[in-house]
Design a protein around this ligand. Structure first.
Ligand code: BES
Ligand code: ZN
Length: 593
């Protein structure tokens, strides 16, 4: 009996799934999916097999076509329900007929008003880290990799897309429906299974990349991400060949709770990236980089999440540097540091959640999401790079990816490989302290740039009366503006807020990173002229990276707290369940008024 994943009932000693065939009907009236999942096993097997399920209605289970009994366990708030099967000797495939429920946390069902087009409904999935089990019964641990095929029936005027190759569309079955066929031939962890259905249009950006979005946004999206082929070529030169054939992207409605999700062959993106000036494409570079770090070499469990995100943030910045130079990369490191400082402050630097290797037994991984695995992880990788020298580290990285491609590994497996291929490097950088101790080690790399330091000095001087140059609005990039804003004190007097807004035209910004940094200064400063824009953003955007600082900043005064409560009550029905929970937790921690 060997369970090694704190968030799955998967047992390493039991039969393992190698492929899944989904047959789904997507029902927008009932907000559920009905159908079946056929699990093909690695070898003919017998005995107990524990699957993960959550909020699923299981209709029947058959082993090689013959019905077998099944036994759903007690629901656990984090894990869901274990579905224990007892397979007869020689079982090769398990067919499970089931339906999802409207409580499936992997799925958000949007009414037409929540889309750009306002005419058709929309649904999308977000399975990472442990929500795939609300979409289908499966071994929902990254240690298990599956190929999959899917037949997805949707209303005839809607299009289905998945993290897979498209293999065709046919009419029916039945009137007014279409069935989309998919094939994902490479083995992936279950958290990368992804589906979206809506009124979608596609534009080709290169022979291997297409952008999908609602018709109302697809042109803007095609312009924003037109550079994708350059990004791919640059990333391939750094990390090796792109192994997934196509790299398509899907722009979701604004309630999507993340900036991006690296679903293989089809990255999911928030529409808040459509700044109109390509200033937020680093998120695309990040999701693209996951094609190597994360999707080829995958964390074994969420305890090793830094292997996914730390390597990917580092890879994102290496790619940015190759595309746009050292200054841009330094700026990205600085912006990331502000997020890391924030997370350390939230947890306390001595908290075990500031370790890279975490212990999440009994802990909901969504509630522990933070910048630590991203920014602390990326700094460890950068330190190894600096210590080994760029050339030999790049070689190491390609060997690492080549060695572990299509597998899921622990921090310990990483360390063993590191020791084997670059003996002594781990000790030299004290990798074990980085991975197993809380806080930020003293040998943490610092990324300097002149531009950066002058911006930081300028915002630090705010209190002593220093102000930015008059033409700052014209000459500062969005990133520079962001670094400057991050360094400003809060709260500030209303007159100062208004001066800032006027000088930098902040309330009208289309770059959401800048806009949200500004709105959180204004919210923390209780500045009423900015409330209408604040309300607009909180009412329409579900990206948690933005909701968190805004709702937190609104905790500052009785007036902003009551505004937050009022806006949340109105916005909640449109939020993704993850976004709702986040806002609710923040508001619940406000002092009572
Ligand atoms: N894989 C993550 C998103 C994620 C992590 C979803 C954990 C669910 C659980 C994705 O690659 C990501 O990191 N997105 C960031 C992008 C940023 C770091 C450039 C985001 O959404 O902000
Ligand atoms: Zn990521």
């Amino acid at each position: 009996m060997a369970r090694m994943d704190p968030h799955s009932y998967y047992d390493e000693d039991q039969p393992k799934t190698k492929e899944i065939r989904f047959r789904w009907e997507v029902d927008f009236q009932a907000s559920h999916i009905t159908g079946e999942a056929v699990l093909l096993l690695e070898t003919p097997s017998a005995g107990f097999m524990d699957l993960d399920t959550k909020e699923l209605l299981i209709g029947s289970v058959a082993a090689d076509g013959r019905p077998i009994p099944f036994e759903p366990g007690e629901p656990d708030p984090i894990l869901g329900q274990r579905l224990r099967l007892n397979l007869p000797a020689g079982t090769r495939e398990i067919t499970i007929a089931y339906a999802t429920t409207p409580r499936a946390t992997a799925l958000q069902w949007l009414a037409p008003e929540q889309t750009a087009g306002k005419v058709h409904p929309f649904m999308f999935s977000q399975c990472q880290p442990h929500h795939a089990r609300t979409l289908a019964p499966l071994q929902d641990s990254p240690r298990v990799r599956v190929r999959y095929t899917a037949e997805v029936t949707v209303p005839e005027d809607l299009t289905a897309v998945m993290s897979a190759g498209s293999t065709g569309v046919r009419m029916g079955p039945g009137p007014r429906s279409r069935t989309f066929l998919f094939d994902m031939p490479q083995p992936i962890p279950s958290y990368l299974i992804a589906l979206a259905v809506g009124d979608l249009a596609g534009r080709d950006l290169s022979p291997r990349s297409r952008i999908w979005a609602e018709p109302a946004t697809v042109e803007q999206a095609a312009w924003e991400f037109a550079g994708i082929e350059d990004m791919m070529v640059t990333a391939e030169a750094l990390f090796g060949p792109y192994e997934w054939e196509r790299y398509d992207m899907l722009v979701l409605p604004p309630s999507f709770p993340y900036g991006g999700m690296e679903n293989p062959r089809l990255t999911f993106l928030t529409p808040t990236l459509l700044a109109g000036d390509r200033s937020l494409v680093n998120v695309v570079v990040h999701e693209l980089a996951h094609s190597w770090t994360g999707n080829l070499v995958t964390n074994a469990t969420m305890n090793d999440f830094w292997l996914n995100e730390g390597f990917t943030v580092w890879a994102e910045r290496r790619t940015l540097e190759a595309l746009h130079g050292k200054e841009k990369a330094a700026m990205a490191w600085a912006i990331g540091k502000a997020g890391l400082d924030d997370a350390f402050e939230r947890f306390g630097a001595e908290s075990p959640f500031t370790r890279l290797k975490t212990d999440l037994w009994g802990v909901d991984p969504d509630s522990m999401y933070s910048e630590v695995p991203y920014e602390k992880g990326a700094r460890l990788v950068a330190l190894m790079e600096q210590t080994a020298g760029r050339e030999s580290f790049d070689l190491f990285l390609r060997r690492y990816i080549g060695h572990f491609r299509f597998t899921s590994i622990t921090s310990e497996e990483f360390l063993a490989f590191l020791q084997e291929s670059m003996p002594g490097l781990a000790d030299k950088v004290d990798a074990k302290s980085w991975i197993y101790s809380p806080g930020l080690p003293a040998n943490c790399p610092v990324f300097r740039s002149e531009a950066l330091e002058s911006l930081q000095a300028l915002s630090a001087g705010w209190k002593s009366g220093e102000r930015p140059p008059e033409n700052a609005l014209k000459i500062w990039s969005p990133e520079e503006t962001l670094v400057y804003l991050q360094g400003l004190p809060r709260p500030m007097p209303e007159a100062d807020c208004l001066w800032l807004d006027e000088t930098f035209s902040l309330t009208g910004r289309t770059n959401y990173e800048v806009l949200v940094e500004w709105l959180s200064i204004a919210a923390a400063s209780d500045c009423p002229p900015v409330f209408p824009r604040l309300r607009e953003v909180l009412m329409s955007v579900g990206r948690m990276k933005f909701l968190r600082p805004l709702y937190r900043a609104m905790g500052a005064t009785p007036r902003t707290r009551s505004l937050a409560r009022e806006i949340f009550a109105a916005a909640r029905p449109g939020y993704h369940s993850l976004s709702s929970r986040l806002a609710e937790e923040i508001i619940a921690a406000y002092p009572a008024d």
